[in-house]
Write a protein that binds this ligand. Structure first.
Ligand SMILES: C[S@@+](CC[C@H](N)C(=O)[O-])C[C@H]1O[C@@H](n2cnc3c(N)ncnc32)[C@H](O)[C@@H]1O
Length: 575
């Protein structure tokens, strides 16, 4: 016998999609709706209907409801036991939207296996169903309630319900994993709604014909709940949203027919449903693009330091800075807890960023991990750049346990502390007293304080002091990471050994100096700066481009052994 394949009437076409636009009123952005529509494949904030409207007065407050979009779709209601294999067979015809499962569960699609025989249906136990639909894990309020009611009607021979765990059974089972993710299924009035926090599926239209035998057996209230056994919705591709059964592709019909012929009790239905996507569904760039005026560059790039995201907003973004920050925060939770904007370029002596906190908590003190080590940083007071992590790694890979490292501009110690794990000893210095304070704290935090000696002085004085001391002979590596000016500090090496006997034992350290160059030939240009500072030509310089920090502006690293002629030069510079 053939299984049922119900026919459904067609849906009305969707209303014209709406799109947000912003326009300026008294320097404040206001939000209006336009009817601009773009009909691309897949979900989009520019498509479909939005049941909410942004209030023009709330321009500094993000109204999440305005990003709710409702899409009309068609779905096949299929027996849950067949759902996974049908999903595989129908794959090319199912909804293929990012982050949307094409198997949906809605309340009322469950049946308890012990009740199945009463209905004469061939139902597989839920636990036996290893299909993907079970991964969805929504718990169903209606099925257990229906089951409880059914049991309540089952009298034993003495005329009362003989069931000890009635209360326990009627309590819906909780699936811890999905509960954590906020997945649940709700019954809203008579609607069947499957929800997982950012998407909701609601069956809006289905076959009204009800089996009379079923009505007699399970009662009117169950009939209203469309209790027909465990089922799932297979969401069909959006191109079928208005199709009747006859208009479905032959491939779909053939598969359903094949399944139907396997069993006398299988039932398939074509139903209409509404798929609602909430603010949480959309990605950061989608929200920002819909929110900002057309043609404006969407600011999606930001740097992170621990829990802080710092943006580099353009002038044109400033009227929307709070909205932008809120979206960045929402879309990068929980890792990001503070969103700030860089309000000035870094040009102060301590290389700290001027940040304006726009969203989240206002603390600029954060903890981060680099190279397996932990660092405390206060971005308001000290320098940190996570982008230099790879470069630090490269430098560290050249160090050995016989090295003694001098970090002239150490900051809070990302290189100095990492080096301390590898080398014999580290001398770390910074002019910024806060950086030195954090450097000491971070050394202790990583239990490396015994290998690091910390100094708080000007870099030039530090170089001269180190090479005038008895430590001079042990220093094998010098790191100078202050790209704006480090090359000019090289003059401090002139004459560092001039007062020592020439026949003594000396170490000529390897110097790694960083610099910026906007020149056409950045290597040549940086080489020249080094030559001018040393008053000598450094030979065998290993010059490498570290990264492009701005269009046409390179950060370079030059590594070379301190020339003997420089160390013994008679013309030393005064500190
Ligand atoms: C670009 S940061 C590099 C910090 C560290 N090496 C890092 O990678 O995070 C330069 C550091 O040099 C320090 N500095 C600036 N001028 C200095 C000077 N004259 N002497 C010593 N340190 C200085 C700043 O306080 C800052 O911490």
């Amino acid at each position: 016998m053939m299984s049922n394949l119900f026919l459904k009437p067609q849906l009305h076409l969707l209303p014209i999609p709406s799109k947000f636009i912003f326009s300026h009123t008294f320097n404040k952005p206001s939000i209006t709706f336009s009817t601009t529509a773009s009909f691309s494949y897949g979900p989009s904030l520019h498509k479909s209907t939005n049941p909410h409207h942004q209030n023009d007065d709330d321009v500094d407050i993000l109204n999440e409801q305005t990003f709710t979009r409702v899409f009309n779709l068609a779905a096949l209601r299929v027996p849950s036991a067949e759902c996974s294999s049908l999903e595989n067979r129908l794959r090319g015809h199912l909804l293929n939207w990012p982050r949307i499962r094409n198997i949906a569960r809605v309340p009322g699609d469950e049946i308890d296996p012990s009740i199945a025989p009463l209905l004469g249906q061939q139902i597989h136990a839920e636990d036996d169903n290893k299909g993907k639909s079970d991964e969805n894990g929504d718990f169903l309020i209606s099925s257990s309630v229906l089951y409880r009611d059914k049991l309540a009607k089952t009298f034993n021979t003495r005329g009362y319900v003989n069931f000890r765990n009635l209360a326990k059974i009627s309590r819906p089972k909780r699936n811890k994993k999905n509960e954590k993710e906020g997945e649940f299924v709700e019954v809203e009035g008579n609607k069947r709604v499957g929800k997982n926090g950012y998407v909701e599926v609601e069956v809006v239209e289905e076959e009204n014909g009800v089996d009379e035998g079923l009505r007699k057996l399970i009662g009117e209230e169950f009939v209203n709940s469309k209790w027909r056994g465990s089922t799932r919705l297979l969401l069909l591709d959006e191109r079928y949203k208005n199709c009747g059964v006859e208009e479905l592709p032959e491939a779909i019909k053939a598969v359903l027919k094949e399944y139907a012929e396997k069993s006398t009790t299988l039932t398939f239905e074509l139903v209409r449903c509404k798929l609602t996507l909430f603010y949480d569904y959309w990605q950061m760039n989608e929200i920002l693009e819909a929110m900002l005026p057309e043609g404006m560059i969407v600011p999606t790039a930001f740097e992170t330091v621990g829990h802080i995201a710092h943006l580099n907003l353009r002038e044109e973004h400033l009227p929307y800075k709070k909205l932008i920050a809120k979206v960045v925060l929402d879309k990068n939770k929980p890792k990001i807890r503070t969103v700030a904007n860089k309000i000035d370029s870094i040009d102060n002596e301590y290389r700290t960023m001027q940040l304006e906190v726009l969203a989240g908590n206002h603390s600029l003190v954060t903890t981060l991990t680099e190279n397996g080590l932990r660092f405390h940083v206060d971005l308001a007071k000290v320098y940190w750049n996570s982008r230099l992590g790879t470069e630090r790694q490269r430098l560290l890979s050249g160090f050995t346990r016989n090295d003694v490292v001098c970090d002239v501009f150490s900051g809070v110690g990302p290189l100095a502390i990492s080096a301390a794990k590898i080398v014999k000893r580290v001398f770390a210095n910074d002019l910024n007293p806060y950086a030195v304070e954090y450097l000491e704290r971070n050394s202790v935090l990583n239990k490396l304080e015994r290998k690091i000696k910390v100094f708080n002085m000007d870099g030039r004085r530090f170089i001269k002091a180190m090479f005038a001391s008895d430590k001079a002979h042990s220093i094998t590596q010098v790191v100078m990471n202050l790209p704006n000016d480090a090359a000019e500090f090289l003059d401090a090496f002139r004459g560092i050994y001039k007062d020592r006997p020439k026949d003594g034992e000396f170490t000529f350290p390897m110097i790694h100096v960083y610099g910026f160059s906007k020149a056409e030939d950045p290597e040549f240009n940086f080489h020249e700066r080094i030559r001018i500072a040393l008053l000598e030509v450094a030979v065998n310089v290993d010059m490498r481009r570290v990264r492009l920090v701005a269009p046409g502006k390179w950060m370079l690293c030059a590594s070379f052994i301190l020339p003997k002629s420089v160390a013994f030069a008679n013309t030393a510079v005064d500190a």
